[in-house]
Design a protein around this ligand. Structure first.
Ligand code: NAI
Length: 395
């Protein structure tokens, strides 16, 4: 079948197998162009491994350090005449590339929040690897069913305490307009913390430890975001920010249980991913940020961010450098005062009319399409392609 982009609001409901493979290959090529990691982890479990930061976190240790990886994700395989999701094709491509280099890679498709998934993954680690020495927790999900009470919680992106009015961007129509978001209820906050906080991260680590599949000195890392003051009401001080606070508290609890330095939170840069495109206001900020960071030669995508995270913090043989709150800051370039000052100035000026001059909206759109395997050079989008592709997680 022919597969073309079908965009509905901030998601694309189709994905291109060869395009996703080309996107994964670009990331692998980047990692291989960098010096090998000095002290790479040997066996890595990545939870949320199929797209965005999690996929990059699987590629970097594998292709920069020869690590054996197990990836967990929730994706849709393609079926006859219907395309699968991008994360499915990314994982198919990752496994094929790993196999070409003789690298162990095994994937699990299903609900990472469930007890069953934890048991299956633990069994695979015990059988195939013995132990893991690094666990990356990179889930972004709109909902979670808590295995202890069976209740399903839905996360939301809302301010807390007061409504928030700010410019936002309709990425489909290239329109800048004001949006007002009403404040969250206590229930909204509780639900968002249940989904995007650290509870499930702790459950994973407890289960891995109880099963004896954590190597001595094993570490774990989860990702957070802070960003500029203009997005504080919707991010850092909003429902998602509360969840990230909980994530940091989980890291502290994990360090108490498993020893100081076991659990880390890395604050990463704002980037176009399936998760971030759903947040109001943020895509406009990202478009302005990309413009300025590209202008200053400081732009990074997921793969460059995670490469830098491993090369300078996780795989150096030394303890990572932490901020006053104990976090790794790989958002340091985004948060440079000169970058933030330029973005703030542009923020005050940006309108629908000058969007393409003032911001890197074209870059945003092409990155967005690339997430789904569209717009990659060397891929023939007019050629028939088979949506059914197999990896170790199924077909
Ligand atoms: P993403 O949407 O690209 O990836 C989410 C991953 O989670 C995918 O692999 C997906 O299959 C998996 N997933 C979702 N629900 C699942 C479930 N129930 N079971 C198994 N797998 C499931 O997201 P992105 O942006 O890479 O986010 C990852 C983490 O990075 C999040 O914690 C996010 O807050 C954080 N982060 C993202 C930033 C950004 O700008 N995109 C900036 C800083 C941090």
């Amino acid at each position: 079948m022919l597969i073309q982009p079908k965009i509905r609001g901030f998601i694309c409901t189709t994905a291109h197998p060869e395009g996703c493979a080309a996107h994964v290959q670009q990331q692998i090529d980047f990692v291989k162009s960098q010096p090998p990691l000095p002290y790479p982890p040997k066996n890595v479990l990545v939870i949320g491994a199929s797209t965005g930061y999690g996929l990059a976190s699987r590629i970097v240790p594998a292709f920069g350090g020869g690590a054996r990886t197990i990836g967990v994700f929730f994706e849709k395989p393609g079926v006859d005449k219907k395309s699968g999701s991008a994360g499915w094709y990314n994982s198919v491509a990752f496994e094929a590339a790993a196999a070409r280099e003789g690298l162990y890679a095994r994937s699990f498709n299903g609900d990472a929040f469930s007890t069953g998934m934890k048991e299956s993954v633990i069994e695979a680690i015990a059988q195939d690897l013995g132990t893991v020495d690094l666990v990356i927790y990179s889930l972004a999900s709109p909902r979670r069913t808590d295995p202890t009470d069976g209740q399903t919680y839905n996360s939301c992106l809302k301010p807390i305490g007061a409504s928030y009015t700010q410019k936002t961007l309709n990425t489909d129509k290239a329109e800048v307009y004001p949006i007002t978001i009403e404040p969250a209820s206590e229930e909204d906050i509780h639900h968002t913390v249940k989904v995007m906080g650290g509870e499930d991260w702790e459950l994973w680590m407890d289960a891995l430890a109880a099963a004896g599949v954590l190597a001595p000195g094993a570490r774990t890392i989860a990702y957070s975001y802070i960003g500029p003051e203009l997005t504080f009401p919707i991010y850092t001080n909003g429902t998602i920010g509360r969840a990230k606070e909980h994530l940091e508290q989980s890291a502290a609890r994990l360090n108490e249980r498993f020893g100081s330095g076991t659990a880390l939170v890395s604050v990463n840069k704002a980037l176009v991913t399936q998760a971030s495109s759903a947040i109001p206001v943020v895509p406009l900020y990202i478009s302005l940020l990309y413009k300025e960071m590209k202008r200053q030669g400081l732009h990074e995508g997921c793969i460059e961010q995670i490469q830098r995270l491993f090369a300078t913090q996780l795989a150096t043989g030394n303890a990572p450098q932490l901020d006053a709150k104990g976090r790794v800051r790989i958002d340091d370039w985004e948060m440079r005062p000169e970058i933030q000052a330029a973005v703030e100035k542009a923020w005050n000026q940006v309108t629908t009319e000058n969007l393409r001059q003032i911001s890197d909206f074209d870059g945003y759109q092409s990155e967005f399409l690339k997430l789904f395997g569209f717009g990659l050079t060397g891929v023939d989008y007019d050629a028939e392609t088979d949506p059914v592709r197999a990896c170790s997680a199924g077909a």
